[in-house]
Design a protein around this ligand. Structure first.
Ligand code: GRF
Length: 185
């Protein structure tokens, strides 16, 4: 099986990156991570790129400059899929159009509910009994693209931001790779 070349964009701890890299080692997994991009040189996730010998770039400049450099690299490396995993920069409409249908993201809620930031806080404040995560295509609307896959998580009365985040992220690691498999099936 010829694997498609993919890139993961991160800004922080990179635990989703770690899980995608691990799954990508599977012979039947449809993609190979050929590049990791971070907009933050202190992102912990860069450690996983190093650990698994994956080329990475850190670019801490304005959006225009960032996207220019990245676009160049993506074309050069023949990247066919961009996975956003805790990437905190908003991509320009132009960049998204250039990669239409080729950028996916993971969001820690059951979209279309709780788009945007501070999801766990808002979910708990609203006394929800159920939340989860969503993998979706990225379009020009924030957390608004076509949904690929969702995974549910039950919320107990004892849950707080920390415990809920842990539970949701556990499901994220499964969801992200399942979504990638689903795209290419
Ligand atoms: C994840 O919870 C994801 O849903 C959100 O950002 C977080 C990234 O975590 N978009 P990590 O960097 O993969 O550990």
């Amino acid at each position: 099986m010829v694997k498609k070349k993919a890139c993961v964009f991160i800004s922080g701890s990179g635990t989703n990156l770690r899980s995608i890299i691990k799954n990508s080692r599977d012979y039947n997994f449809p993609i190979n991570i050929s590049l990791v991009v971070s907009n933050n040189k202190y992102a912990k996730g860069i450690f996983y790129a190093r650990k698994f010998s994956i080329p990475y770039i850190c670019i801490n400049s304005n959006r225009l400059e960032f996207e220019k450099i990245i676009l160049n690299q993506l074309v050069k490396k023949k990247i066919k899929l961009i996975c956003l995993a805790g990437f905190m920069k908003i991509l320009s409409k132009n960049f998204i159009r250039n990669f239409k249908g080729k950028i996916i993201n993971i969001h820690p809620s059951l979209l279309p509910k709780y788009k945007g930031l501070n999801t766990f806080q808002r979910v708990l404040k609203s006394n929800e009994k159920l939340t989860g995560c969503t993998v979706h295509f990225v379009n020009e609307k924030l957390d608004g693209g076509k949904i690929i896959l969702k995974k549910k998580v039950n919320i107990s009365d004892q849950d707080n931001i920390k415990t809920l985040k842990k539970k949701v992220q556990f499901e994220e690691y499964i969801a992200y790779s399942s979504a990638i498999r689903k795209i290419y099936n």
